[in-house]
Write a protein that binds this ligand. Structure first.
Ligand SMILES: NC(=O)c1ccc[n+]([C@@H]2O[C@H](COP(=O)([O-])OP(=O)(O)OC[C@H]3O[C@@H](n4cnc5c(N)ncnc54)[C@H](OP(=O)(O)O)[C@@H]3O)[C@@H](O)[C@H]2O)c1
Length: 288
């Protein structure tokens, strides 16, 4: 079936762009998201030329802004009445100094957690119009290595460092994925699945422009030659978007196309719920 409609965030480079190209080759309608209009237009044309698929569309939004996330969802819904695959891929690690968005949210949490949470919530109604709706959240193995959440201070007003903030945000993204899967199940919604994945260590622009501090900058440079290519990094995303093997699988975490375990250290139903409520509370002003 090649009449699927796919929306992928952060598709102007790295893993997102590689996934968009692969999905365009399947013949799907692929709507790529970027934050810079000129760059997004350029990538759109590049994908059309590389794949011969002219059903490539684009949408622009700065995911640091929840208002932009809302207008992105509205723009999409004005044009498309159905969404088959939502890929929340855009994300990143920030610099060594804690920064907040115009919404007053720490930037790592804003892009890696609140933006996908809100975008998903706003697009759920048209995902319901798909016979095989899939939500794919790009997380990271960093949730095992670097997360150290403080449940009284989820946005790290104290004790911020970029790796900790990144690890926490990706751990929370896994938890909200699991939670949404349960909510959909409880609501009897059988035609939407939601899964998450780690793409591997991939040579992209990830972390390159963040001022992580001298030691981390050095480690990133040193280890980069060992990384996967963006195409290899996109493989599990494309698998989750297309394979019939996972059409009934929901709430799971994947690495290299296989279900994998998640870090247990900080997990409890109570903590998962607390993160879900935090996301709801911090996005509620933008849900209508
Ligand atoms: N690379 C890795 O080793 C690795 C490992 C584990 C997980 N991941 C995850 O994989 C996903 C993709 O990362 P990548 O490696 O492909 O990184 P990347 O090359 O830096 O690409 C990130 C994408 O997100 C977009 N983006 C960043 N901030 C944005 C904002 N505020 N608003 C809108 N768009 C924004 C970027 O747009 P611009 O082109 O305008 O910058 C770009 O399209 C991320 O969620 C990342 O956390 C990556």
């Amino acid at each position: 079936m090649n009449d699927k409609i796919v929306l992928i965030t952060g598709a102007t480079g790295g893993i997102g762009k590689a996934a968009a190209i692969a999905l365009a080759k399947w013949g799907f309608t692929v709507v790529i998201h970027g934050r810079n209009r000129q760059k997004t237009e350029q990538v759109c044309e590049e994908i059309k030329a590389a794949t011969g698929n002219n059903k490539i569309d684009m949408i622009v939004a700065n995911l640091f802004s929840l208002k932009d996330v809302r207008s992105m969802a509205n723009t999409f819904k004005q044009k498309y009445k159905r969404l088959d695959v939502l890929i929340n891929n855009a994300g990143g690690i920030m610099g060594k100094d804690r920064e907040i968005t115009t919404d007053g949210v720490e930037k790592t949490i804003a892009i890696n957690l609140l933006a996908p949470f809100l975008l998903t919530e706003l697009l759920l109604d048209i995902l319901k119009n798909s016979s095989d709706g899939r939500i794919i959240n790009v997380s990271s193995n960093s949730h095992k290595l670097n997360a150290k959440p403080d449940f009284d201070d989820l946005s790290l007003k104290k004790g911020y460092n970029p790796l900790r903030a990144y690890g926490n945000s990706k751990l929370f993204l896994i938890w909200i994925t699991q939670h949404l899967s349960q909510v959909l199940n409880q609501q009897g919604i059988k035609n939407i699945t939601v899964n998450t994945l780690h793409p591997g260590a991939v040579a992209t622009n990830f972390g390159v422009e963040s001022n992580l501090g001298a030691v981390l900058n050095f480690i990133v440079k040193l280890t980069r030659p060992l990384f996967k290519t963006p195409e290899q990094g996109a493989d599990t995303i494309v698998y989750l978007a297309t394979s019939s093997e996972v059409s009934n699988c929901s709430g799971k975490y994947f690495v290299n196309r296989k279900q994998a375990s998640i870090a247990e250290k900080y997990y409890s139903e109570k903590n998962e719920k607390a993160v879900w409520e935090y996301c709801k509370e911090n996005t509620k002003a933008f849900t209508n």
